[in-house]
Design a protein around this ligand. Structure first.
Ligand code: ADE
Length: 246
């Protein structure tokens, strides 16, 4: 997969050299290209922002540098990238969106600073580049860069070959499948007793059916406790009698 990121802080993306993503890049599974938005300005101050029409606080990112940058990066490619603009007013970024992005060959991220990008840029590229305005959560960041890091990590780990164990992806909280709609339960490793805390004995029993049942009970309990709104949305048709007791 190819990922392009246009930002006034390309150095913000240094973490993409590290760990899972760093390795995926070294192995050629992920091709990340960073671009400095200011390279598409034409004044000595390399200006990317201006005051908002209609008044109000803060500054708005000018349309010209963005359009020049996006045109230069997306070019006239026959299969243009999907354009992702992070913004707290976008639609929620979920595991479902991450899976959809992981199936794309090319993503172009346009993280904004200040009060956002002049809306005409979104009008210009909406259809042509299948523009998505997405929010990573109900809070306001200082800019879209951190949101891009979050999205690239969520997408990259879904790419074939990136995770050592493909099962890790299917077991995830929010993954489709047998445990769909449930948060992942607690996990344990050796030693069997640590500071007086025991590993739940059932996990040492070797009884795979009982272990699967226990894990499902734990997942249900955690979902009810931490995310009651998710628990309320569980399809009753997927719940058995034992589930309902939890
Ligand atoms: N930019 C600022 N806050 C954001 C958020 N919550 N999600 C995506 N982009 C943002």
């Amino acid at each position: 997969m190819r990922v392009d990121i246009i930002s006034i802080f390309p150095e913000y993306f240094a973490p993409l050299d590290v760990s899972l993503i760093g390795k995926a890049r070294q192995r050629g599974l992920l091709d990340v290209r960073l671009h400095q938005l200011r390279d598409w300005t034409h004044d000595v101050h390399r200006t990317v922002d201006d005051t908002p029409y209609g008044g109000g606080p803060g500054m708005v990112m000018k349309p010209e540098p963005w359009s020049e940058a996006i045109d230069a990066v997306a070019g006239s490619a026959p299969e243009p990238p999907r354009l992702v603009v992070p913004t707290p007013s976008g639609r929620p970024f979920t595991q479902e969106v991450a899976l959809a992005y992981a199936a794309e060959p090319w993503l172009l991220f346009a993280p904004a600073r200040y009060e956002g990008i002049d809306s005409r840029v979104m009008a210009e590229y909406g259809d042509r580049l299948r523009l998505d305005e997405v929010s990573i959560g109900d809070y306001v960041l200082a800019g879209g860069e951190a949101a891009v890091l979050v999205m690239v990590e969520a997408v990259a780990r879904l790419l074939p070959g990136v995770l050592g164990n493909a099962g890790s992806v299917t077991d995830d909280s929010f993954a489709p499948g047998a445990m769909a709609g449930l948060l992942e339960g607690p996990v344990y490793t050796k030693p069997p007793v640590w500071r007086g805390h025991e590993v739940p004995p059932i996990l040492l029993s070797g009884n795979h059916g009982a272990i699967a049942r226990w894990r499902r009970d734990q997942a249900l309990r955690r979902t009810v406790a931490n995310r009651p709104e998710l628990a309320a949305r569980l399809d009753p048709g997927t719940l058995d009698k034992r589930d309902r007791q939890v």
